[in-house]
Write a protein that binds this ligand. Structure first.
Ligand SMILES: *Cc1c(COP(=O)(O)O)cnc(C)c1O
Length: 249
């Protein structure tokens, strides 16, 4: 537990330092740290929360529901903010929308998913006009097995969400990108691609760049992502250590 607090401090320090290396155009915000707790225990989440962490990321709907409804989490983590960062199947939508303290779903990849969420949200929200935060996940690496919207469809999808999904609030773009890229070869092409997608939708839809977040960067490249302008890094292993296997949980 003490180790997690130390890891968290170190990651936060590195984030602050990386933020000072940004160009001046990217200095209008503080990058947000999402502690990715998938497959990790509730105890570890409690420790990180006690140390001040508020945003947590989960990949699996059932696991998120179980953790969010855990009595200790409900009692001690009243300000927790859950980010869903996994693949969302349409048959799990009611389950996820019922999660207390759901902050955002970062993985909207097509208009059908956006429509179902938009239509369902009024049955779950706590106040009449609250909107569900979402990001559009982009498949920047174009790998078949990666999820996310194709690069060329991003602005059509964002436009659809803004024009037709009035119960959703579009916060920005998210990418996972190719694993194992070596930054000795220059800026990560997936991050550059996401930045370009943002420029394109800003131009085409007339949205201020400052109102389009970029969720990019994980344990092995979050500092690099922040230097390039990431507003939201998703860090698991560097905080919680290696994850247990999924089937042993
Ligand atoms: C697991 C996961 C992370 C965290 O990965 P680490 O390498 O452990 O930091 C970030 N984003 C997504 C979408 C993930 O699935």
């Amino acid at each position: 537990m003490a180790e997690i607090v130390a890891n968290l401090r170190s990651v936060c320090d590195k984030i602050l330092y990386a933020a000072t290396k940004r160009t001046s155009e990217h200095r209008y915000y503080e990058p947000r740290l999402v502690a990715v707790s998938k497959l990790q225990s509730t105890e570890l989440i409690l420790s990180a929360y006690e140390a001040g962490q508020r945003h947590f990321g989960e990949n699996y709907v059932n696991e998120l529901v179980e953790k969010a409804l855990n009595p200790q989490i409900l009692e001690k983590c009243k300000e927790i903010k859950w980010h869903f960062i996994g693949n969302l199947q349409r048959n799990k939508i009611n389950k996820i929308l019922n999660v207390p303290n759901l902050y955002i779903i970062e993985t909207i990849s097509n208009d059908k998913l956006a429509d179902v969420l938009n239509n369902s949200w009024p049955r779950f929200r706590k106040s009449d006009d609250s909107k569900l935060n979402i990001m559009v996940q982009v498949n920047t690496s174009g790998e078949k097995e990666k999820s996310g919207c194709d690069i060329i469809q991003v602005s059509t999808l964002v436009k659809h969400i803004i024009n037709n999904c009035h119960n959703l609030k579009f916060l920005g773009l998210m990418t996972i990108g190719m694993f194992g890229y070596n930054i000795a070869n220059g800026p990560n092409p997936d991050f550059i691609c996401l930045i370009k997608c943002r420029e394109k939708i800003s131009d085409e839809l007339g949205i201020d760049i400052k109102n389009i977040e970029l969720s990019m960067g994980m344990s092995n490249d979050y500092e690099h992502a922040i230097e390039l302008g990431s507003t939201n890094v998703r860090v698991g292993t560097a905080i919680f250590g290696n994850r247990p296997q999924k089937n042993t949980l």
